[in-house]
Ligand binder design. Structure first.
Ligand code: PLZ
Length: 444
């Protein structure tokens, strides 16, 4: 299948969104349920590298990667060819009816590239939320315990169980209860907002978590601790140093399954294949999705063979989990990540972005914090006393959008701008995007 090259330059020929996008938006409002939002309603025709092209002929710079999905870029020719080849042979048998090799290949690859050299097993699913649900099922089945520990600012999905695991009410949970039981929320080591200062945050937060688990739940009742090694939707919060290792150690000592939700941080995004590697953490189970298959829907749980195999035969599955086309895409995408050294590229992107954003923060006190790793970088906008500044965020975002920069927000308080460019974006586009962002702050 031919893949059309997308020119790697920004081109703005109408206002954003343009007339054709606005027309489509009118049709959409009449046809699509209102509950589904869009950050920037320009309707896409093509995308590749660091560019998203729209129906009006505009070419926008992509700082979103479809929320950390197109790590290898959009429509990478290897992903397209391998998926198309698979599509031409068979589209679906259901792995639970007649299995196929690509599913096994993907599981072998995940078992190989995830942290730790212990014996592992994997299961393939459709979405990040489904992966997290299955990790909880596996941990409960393996331990015979029920309680699940999650954290402030956590995001784990929109299904009933994962809504319950997610911290933020609006828009994710409002009106959608009741939620599943046995979910316990703990403080997060959020250094920028830690009351006694960032240097105390890691150890103090870990001590609080351990004390609360012990006193309020009982460590023996806890099946799993589920945590994002860098929180995504919550505002790119990197747990303060020492926090994760202390929590992992407590889990190990008490037979609690430590689950790393790497749905957003996985597959080279943060300058390691997985974000756990930044602190040398080996999770018992790891959930992945998004960046796994270059844009096709696929997700997985990977982990210790003894835990994964504790579930009775037939206890795990789903009609589409590990769809053959998505598996083919995953194999091509993993090959691209490894052969193109996208881990190294993510680090370069991080160095460039952090360097420029720290300078910008020195000029504009509204930028209270610059943080993140690799190609997962955020700035938090605040007033003098660290009050979240959502008004400035709105202005910055709408200016950037008007100039053709696809940029997303995040954060419990809605005051974080997050940057997740595809790992194949060039330095030119990266710098041009950051120039637009700098202009936005100059105009505040
Ligand atoms: N775990 C860590 O980041 C998805 C959500 C977008 P699904 N994050 C983007 C939205 O508003 O719906 C996510 C995540 C982490 C789980 C999930 C859920 O992954 O593939 O969206 O189900």
């Amino acid at each position: 299948m031919a893949v059309t090259e997308v020119a790697q330059s920004r081109r703005i020929v109408t206002e954003i969104p343009g007339p054709k996008s606005r027309e489509l938006q009118e049709r959409r409002v009449a046809a699509v349920a209102k509950g589904v939002g869009s950050v920037l309603p320009v309707y896409v025709t093509r995308a590749g590298g660091g560019i998203v092209e729209d129906v009006d002929g505009n070419a926008l710079i992509d700082f979103g990667s479809g929320i950390a999905v197109t790590n290898v870029g959009n429509a990478d020719p290897r992903v397209v060819e391998r998926s198309a080849e698979q599509l031409g042979r068979f589209t679906h048998t259901c792995f639970m009816v007649n299995p196929y090799e690509a599913y096994v290949d993907v599981c072998e690859a995940l078992n190989r590239i995830t942290p730790g050299d212990h014996e592992k097993r994997s299961i393939l699913l459709n979405s990040g939320a489904e992966a997290v649900e299955n990790a909880v099922k596996i941990a409960r089945s393996a331990t015979g315990r029920q309680a699940v520990v999650v954290f402030d600012h956590a995001y784990h999905g929109r299904t009933n169980l994962t809504m319950g695991l997610t911290a933020k009410n609006m828009p994710y949970k409002q009106g959608f209860g009741p939620f599943a039981g046995e979910i316990h929320r703990m403080p997060m080591a959020y250094a920028y907002r830690w009351p006694t200062g960032p240097e105390n945050c890691g150890p103090e937060a870990a001590a609080m978590v351990i004390d609360q688990i012990t006193k309020q739940i009982g460590a023996d009742n806890v099946a799993a601790v589920v945590i994002e090694p860098i929180q995504g939707e919550g505002g790119f919060i990197e747990p303060a140093p020492g926090f994760l290792p202390a929590v992992v150690e407590f889990c190990r000592a008490n037979g609690i399954v430590f689950v790393a939700d790497e749905v957003q941080t996985g597959f080279a995004r943060t300058g390691h294949m997985f974000a756990c590697e930044h602190e040398g953490i080996v999770p018992d189970l790891i959930t992945t999705a998004k960046g796994i298959a270059g844009g096709l829907p696929l997700a997985a749980v990977t982990g210790r063979a003894d835990l994964m195999d504790a579930v009775h035969g037939g206890g795990l599955g789903g009609t589409y989990g590990g769809n053959p086309t998505a598996c083919a895409a995953a194999l091509a995408s993993l090959e691209a990540i490894e052969s193109d050294d996208l881990v190294g590229r993510a680090r370069e992107i991080g160095d460039l972005m952090l360097g420029r954003l720290r300078k910008l923060a020195a000029e504009h006190p509204v930028i209270g914090d610059v943080r993140g790793r690799g190609a997962m970088i955020a700035i938090e906008l605040v007033k003098d006393d660290k009050t979240p500044d959502t008004e400035s965020l709105g202005k910055v975002l709408s200016y950037c959008h008007s100039q053709g920069l696809v940029l997303l927000s995040a954060g419990t308080y809605g005051n974080v701008i997050r940057m997740l460019p595809p790992l194949v974006i060039g330095d030119d586009l990266l710098n041009e995007g950051l120039d637009i962002l700098a202009d936005a702050f100059a105009r505040l």
